[in-house]
Each structure stands twice: as structure tokens, then as C-alpha cells.
Design a protein around this ligand. Structure first.
Ligand code: SAM
Length: 231
């Protein structure tokens, strides 16, 4: 479980200045100030041992681009010492990140995240340091940093006490296996479009029923893969 000193994120990157990035603002930023979580960005290049501070080399077997060297990254990981936090590598080849995985990570003491660059990371350090590859979607970014920030955003917002209204985390997309129902607020009429009358009826049973129906309809239309299969 998350310790009293907060959730501890360590990010291994060639661009430490990208952290905490947007996580230094808004609710995550306030939680960072309060010590509910912390982030440490470690410069991988500091673990290069040659005078040019080399971190990459050409791919074995030929081909375009460069590959992050295993020895340099291994030293960076080992510098963290005894550490039983999950070790992730952001990678388009990884398992897709889900809300379930986010919840699993949020229940730990913290996480170590490796951000790839170039064509990727030498497979031997992935295997030797048991890095779990995680993808944020079926597209290719130029580096793992925005992916790490995305993952941490999702984790930090569900840490205990981070969100002002604790309930707002529980009716959301994916929390019950469905996309969220549509949301409305005042004014009552916007450009001729009214708030659905049921939502202002005060009938909580009818509101819950409407929301569930809407969530089911939206999920069936946009993400039928999320619905249970009937076989
Ligand atoms: N050659 C790699 C491939 O085809 O799988 C792509 C490398 S990408 C240009 C550089 C780095 O960006 C990756 O090592 C990874 O850390 C990060 N990255 C790119 N797309 C990502 C995604 N969808 N999810 C997580 N990380 C991603």
C-alpha cells in the first residue's frame, strides 16, 4: 500500500527537464507540494562512462536510427539501489495501459519508469532488469516522456486525497467497464439545446437509470469491445 510518505515516482530519462511538466500544476501539483507524491527525474546520460557521454549506438543487424545502450541504462537503474517498486518501460510494443493497471500501480509505494528514445532500448537490459513494457496507445511517440507523464497523471489523480471530490473518481469512464454518460451543467438552454429534463427532475432513481442507459448506448456505439461477450 501507499506509504505515509507518499507515492514515489522515479523516471529515468534523457530529458529530466520535462518533469514534472504539467503534473506540477492543478490538483497533481498541489498534491506534489503537499508531499502526497514525489517525482525524481534521473538523467540516464550521467551513467555513460566515455568522454562523449554516449548513450546510444547503431542497431545490430543494420537499419535506421540508434538504440539506447544496455550497459548505460543498467547502471542508471542499479543506481536506485534495493527497490521493490514496479519497473516499467514506456514502449509502443508494451501491454496497453488500462484503468485497471492504473489502479494496481496507485496501490503500490511508487513506480520506476524508463523512457525510451531513438529506435528503442537494447532487449538485453529489458530482460536483465525485468522491465515491464507499457504502451499508452497504438501510435508512435518520439520518446517515452509524454507517455510517462500520461501514466503518472492517471495514477496520481486516484491517490487517496488528491481529488477534491472523492466521488468524482468512481462514476467515470472505465471504472465500471463502461464509458461515462454525457454531462451537462447550466445554463438550462444553450443555443437552443436543453439539458435532458430527467437530470433536473430531482428523481435520483430515474437519473441513475438514464445515466446507465446512456453509458451502455455510448459504449455499444463507440467501444463495443468493452462490453461483456454473450457466449
Ligand atoms: N522503434 C520503436 C517501435 O517501432 O516500437 C519506436 C521507438 S519510439 C520512436 C521512441 C520511444 O518512445 C520508445 O522507446 C518509447 O519509450 C516511447 N514511445 C513511443 N510510442 C509510445 C507509446 N505508444 N507508448 C509508450 N511509449 C511510447
Amino acid at each position: 500500500m501507499t506509504s505515509a510518505s507518499g507515492f514515489k515516482a522515479t523516471v529515468l530519462t534523457l530529458y529530466p527537464d520535462m518533469f514534472p511538466g504539467h503534473l506540477g500544476a492543478s490538483l497533481a501539483g498541489k498534491a506534489l507540494e503537499r508531499g502526497q507524491w514525489s517525482i525524481d527525474a534521473v538523467q540516464i546520460r550521467d551513467f555513460s562512462e566515455d568522454k562523449h557521454r554516449t548513450v546510444d549506438d547503431t542497431p545490430a543487424g543494420g537499419g535506421a536510427g540508434m538504440v539506447l545502450k544496455p550497459d548505460v541504462l543498467a547502471r542508471a537503474i542499479d543506481s536506485l539501489g534495493e527497490d521493490d517498486r514496479p519497473r516499467l518501460l514506456m514502449s509502443p510494443r508494451g501491454k496497453p495501459l488500462t484503468q485497471e493497471k492504473v489502479r494496481e500501480l496507485a496501490a503500490k509505494d511508487g513506480v520506476v519508469i524508463v523512457c525510451g528514445r531513438f529506435e528503442g532500448v537494447d532487449q538485453r537490459v529489458i530482460d536483465a532488469r525485468l522491465l515491464e513494457e507499457v504502451s499508452i496507445g497504438d501510435y508512435v511517440l518520439s520518446g517515452g516522456e509524454p507517455a510517462a507523464l500520461t501514466l503518472l497523471d492517471a495514477v496520481v489523480r486516484i491517490l487517496p486525497g488528491v481529488m477534491g471530490n472523492a466521488l468524482s473518481g468512481t462514476h467515470e469512464s472505465f471504472e465500471n467497464g463502461l464509458l461515462e454518460h454525457p454531462q451537462y451543467t447550466r445554463p438550462q438552454v444553450f443555443e437552443g439545446r436543453e439539458i435532458p429534463p430527467v437530470l433536473t427532475s430531482g428523481n435520483h432513481g430515474a437519473i441513475e437509470k438514464w445515466r446507465l442507459e446512456q453509458a451502455l448506448r455510448l459504449t455499444a456505439r463507440r467501444r463495443p469491445d468493452l462490453l461483456p461477450k454473450d457466449d
